[in-house]
Design a binder for this molecule. Sequence first.
Ligand SMILES: NC(=O)c1ccc[n+]([C@@H]2O[C@H](COP(=O)([O-])OP(=O)(O)OC[C@H]3O[C@@H](n4cnc5c(N)ncnc54)[C@H](OP(=O)(O)O)[C@@H]3O)[C@@H](O)[C@H]2O)c1
Length: 161
Amino acid sequence: MSRLDVVIFGATGFTGAKTVEEMVRIAKKYPGLAWGVAGRSQSKLEELMASLGKKTGEDLSGIKMIVADVTDEQSIKDMCLQARVVANCAGPYRMYGEPVVKAAVEAKTHVVDVSGESQQATAGVKELRGAAVGSELVVCRTSAVDAIILINFKIFVNSPY
Ligand SMILES: NC(=O)c1ccc[n+]([C@@H]2O[C@H](COP(=O)([O-])OP(=O)(O)OC[C@H]3O[C@@H](n4cnc5c(N)ncnc54)[C@H](OP(=O)(O)O)[C@@H]3O)[C@@H](O)[C@H]2O)c1
């Protein structure tokens, strides 16, 4: 099965919907880009895409929707296997972040999230480092504004990073 370039998981939440809207804008610049949205509710995904279609004036009917729930391990694995990159917006990350990273590493899928909960995020990545190193996978957690401040603060006060 050929993979989508990017799947935005947790698309129906606040962060997810903003990310999808930005993706609509970016995708216009890259016509060949294959992307999709994922979340735990098919009807909420449909609602989101319909409203973003109206808001942006773009035809989003061809965008793939994937139903996946963090509490259903197999559904997360299946989602990761359909993507080259998962942009994970399903939170709170302290509860739902790690299973997605784990499934992504197993599926050899790059994964990025915007966790501000840096301690858990760092611990999770450390545990999975063995599997990820040497695989050329990108596992990028804590990639948003408040996280960058936290990481920089940790680098400043405590330098094991
Ligand atoms: N670092 C930063 O600067 C920054 C900024 C913003 C947010 N964040 C973090 O981003 C995360 C999300 O925040 P938010 O405000 O976007 O939250 P939100 O609006 O509550 O959205 C949460 C998303 O997670 C989904 N979700 C919850 N449980 C799930 C499950 N079991 N399986 C699959 N999806 C599930 C929700 O799906 P439903 O729509 O179906 O409920 C929703 O799409 C939080 O951890 C927050 O701390 C970080």
